[in-house]
Ligand binder design. Structure first.
Ligand SMILES: Cc1cc2nc3c(=O)[nH]c(=O)nc-3n(C[C@H](O)[C@H](O)[C@H](O)COP(=O)(O)OP(=O)(O)OC[C@H]3O[C@@H](n4cnc5c(N)ncnc54)[C@H](O)[C@@H]3O)c2cc1C
Length: 326
């Protein structure tokens, strides 16, 4: 009998798991957003384009390379040959050590999840808010009051605090959430009329409310005007998560001016995105969380490390285990 598996979330973890299980189970993927990708996200506005979630990623393992090979072959993932420096106020830029290639989706970060979702049916704009066990299996309810299922297994790939709520008290592995501490972030998107005259494409920033700067228009396949992404440092973002967007924006713009002399106030386009769960300060320390008796599981970057490749590893390992059980 074909087993039915519900996957909550169509970020890289959810899409990886769906790829691993398709052909061996009946898969239903739900995402609350209007398109797949989660934190592999891109925003286009007024001729500018920003990757306002993940900035780039590594491909360290052969398994991840094999998984991405079709996207690499088609050019949906390409190396970003960026000059990356480390910046600190009052200091000269220092070359950042780059001992491995870094990659991005092309022509936008969101191209990668769009590519992966081509062969997977993802039900978007469905926010699951409850899972309950009935004799016929797991039933999921969404915010609109619609019930989905029954399913034999439910896997949540939402960030840890959201997965904890979704899987609830029945989830025997729930103690695994206790160790996890996720970090917030702000992404300030600035679009300029002309080039900025900077000699780097990416910059780690030390001792500042800014943690990272990227000239997004320098990434491969982009054909858009000067787009600068200013990302807040994780600890600073956590402290200021409830500040108003105006407060955050003016603070980051002032820091940008002090740091590199760029006047963000002259940007033709500016927008701010707040991420409540962006990175992982403390991971679960396990590849995934699973309750085999109740047939519930959770996976995602937060299990291992707040990185794209970690989301892949977590989902891939869970996929292997589930394949053995089907
Ligand atoms: C600002 C920022 C910068 C980053 N920079 C980098 C970087 O440079 N390099 C790097 O490797 N990583 C970076 N990351 C981290 C990287 O984006 C993540 O590690 C990775 O994308 C996580 O994938 P995931 O599938 O585990 O989670 P997500 O991408 O968060 O996917 C979870 C999905 O679940 C959905 N969801 C949640 N709740 C529900 C619900 N109730 N019902 C239905 N759907 C739901 C969400 O909409 C989302 O699509 C960055 C992240 C951010 C935010």
């Amino acid at each position: 009998m074909t087993r039915k598996i519900a996957i909550i979330g169509a970020g890289l973890a959810g899409l990886t798991l769906a790829h691993r299980l398709r052909g061996s189970a009946e898969i239903a993927v739900f995402d609350k957003s209007w398109r797949p990708g989660g934190r592999l996200s891109t925003r286009q506005k007024a001729g500018f384009q920003f990757d306002h979630g993940a900035q780039y990623f590594t491909i360290r393992s052969d398994e991840f390379r094999d998984f991405l090979q079709p996207a690499l072959t088609e050019g949906a993932v390409r190396p970003w040959d960026a000059r990356v420096v480390t910046l600190e106020a009052g200091q000269h830029p220092v070359e950042a050590n780059r001992d491995e290639p870094i990659y991005v989706g092309a022509p936008s970060m969101n191209t990668l999840p769009a590519f992966l979702a081509k062969e997977i049916s993802v039900s978007c704009e469905i926010e699951i808010d409850d899972c309950r066990r009935e004799p016929e299996g797991w039933l999921l309810s969404d915010r609109a009051g619609i019930t989905h299922g029954p399913f034999d297994w439910v896997v949540s790939t939402a960030p840890a605090p959201q997965s904890r709520l979704l899987l609830g008290e029945d989830f025997a592995a729930k103690a695994g959430f206790d160790a996890v501490r996720m970090r917030g972030c702000f992404s300030l998107m600035l679009g300029f009329e002309s080039s900025l005259g900077i000699a780097w494409q990416g910059a780690f920033v030390k001792n500042s409310p800014i943690g990272w700067l990227a000239l997004d228009s320098s990434k491969p396949g982009r054909d858009n005007a000067t787009s600068l992404l200013v990302q807040a440092a994780g600890a600073w973002a956590d402290e200021h998560l409830e500040d108003t967007p105006e407060q955050i924006e003016s603070h980051l713009i002032e820091e940008l001016r002090t740091l590199v002399g760029i006047d963000g106030g002259t940007a033709r386009h500016h927008a701010l995105h707040r991420w409540r769960y962006a990175g992982t300060a403390e991971p679960a320390g396990e590849n995934f969380l699973i309750d085999q008796e109740n047939q519930l599981a959770a996976c995602g970057d937060w299990c291992i490390k707040g990185r794209v490749e970690a989301a892949f590893v977590s989902a891939s390992k869970l996929g292997q285990l589930l394949l053995d059980r089907l």
